[in-house]
Design a protein around this ligand. Structure first.
Ligand code: SF4
Length: 268
């Protein structure tokens, strides 16, 4: 099965939401202002890194594309509450300036904006890594993910996104995909650690190391996801923690209640 990292996470959060979006295709393809802000900010960060930490050019790039998002293929369908063009322009620029001031990533940049496609058991795992770093004298690869809007999860140690990224860098196909096949051997045996960079607050959260056990758990999850899909079983999020962010919260359950006695109870 082809598994996109982002969809794996969605399935982990709520299989039912995944079902509504990817099987029933009920999702509206609406893109909000914060999503476009994040995409253009990532683009400006790529400019910043590529030009050897050139803040002025990165700021100019962000300002230009925020005013002309369609030139990068983005359209803002709706504006999130309390966001305006000018407030997000200021926010994006400030995030770049503070990132530059913090200079948290001293060390060697192995690569940025890296797409990957690697085997995971009988599956293929795909995704996109914001940045890979190494530090002199250390034998750890740092996997960095920039977040421009998201809340910080409580248990990053078990975050499946970082597990997926770290796992990908353990595979020879990852390095072959970026034309550095020898790096697979160079980094063999090195530790992998995640770093969640919260751009809005200029904070770095340590997502912890990933080991063989984490990778086994990742494979177990991919296998279980495949079996659920084959069986057509998509449980709801029992904890309800995802529901507050779910686009289907107003309709969830409306097509599944088949027992007329239950329907009469629900409808009063
Ligand atoms: S409302 Fe909750 S249970 Fe229903 S699909 Fe959304 S996240 Fe899942």
């Amino acid at each position: 099965m082809l598994i996109r990292q982002s969809r794996l996470k969605q399935f982990a959060d709520c299989p039912r939401q995944w079902y509504y979006e990817h099987v029933l295709k009920q999702a509206e393809e609406k893109v909000g202002s914060l999503t476009v802000l994040g995409s253009i900010w990532h683009y400006a960060m790529e400019v910043y890194v590529t030009l050897d930490n050139d803040l002025e050019t990165a700021l100019a790039s962000f300002t230009y594309y925020w005013a002309h998002p369609w030139e990068l293929g983005y359209t803002i369908d709706f504006w999130h509450r309390r966001t305006t063009h000018d407030s997000l322009l200021k926010r994006g620029r400030n995030m770049l300036i503070r990132y530059d001031e913090l200079a948290p990533w001293e060390g060697h940049v192995i690569g940025t904006e890296i797409g990957f496609s690697v085997p995971l058991g009988s599956h293929t795992l795909t995704g996109h890594i914001d940045k890979l770093l190494e530090h002199p004298g250390q034998t750890t690869i740092e996997v960095v993910d920039y977040k421009t809007a998201a809340m910080v999860p409580e248990k990053l140690k078990y975050n499946v996104q970082f597990t997926s990224y770290c796992y990908a860098t353990e595979r020879p196909e990852f390095w072959e995909g970026i034309d550095q096949p020898d790096a697979f051997f160079e980094y063999a045996g090195w530790k992998r650690r995640g770093q969640w960079f919260h751009a809005r607050n200029t904070k770095v959260f340590n997502a912890g190391y990933r080991t063989e056990l984490d990778y086994k758990r990742l494979l177990l999850m991919a296998d279980e996801m495949e079996r659920s899909i084959e069986a057509g079983i998509y449980p709801i999020d029992y904890s309800g923690e995802t529901c507050g962010y779910c686009p289907f919260v107003e309709t969830c359950g409306s097509t599944e209640v088949s027992d007329p006695r239950l329907l009469s109870i629900v409808e009063g």
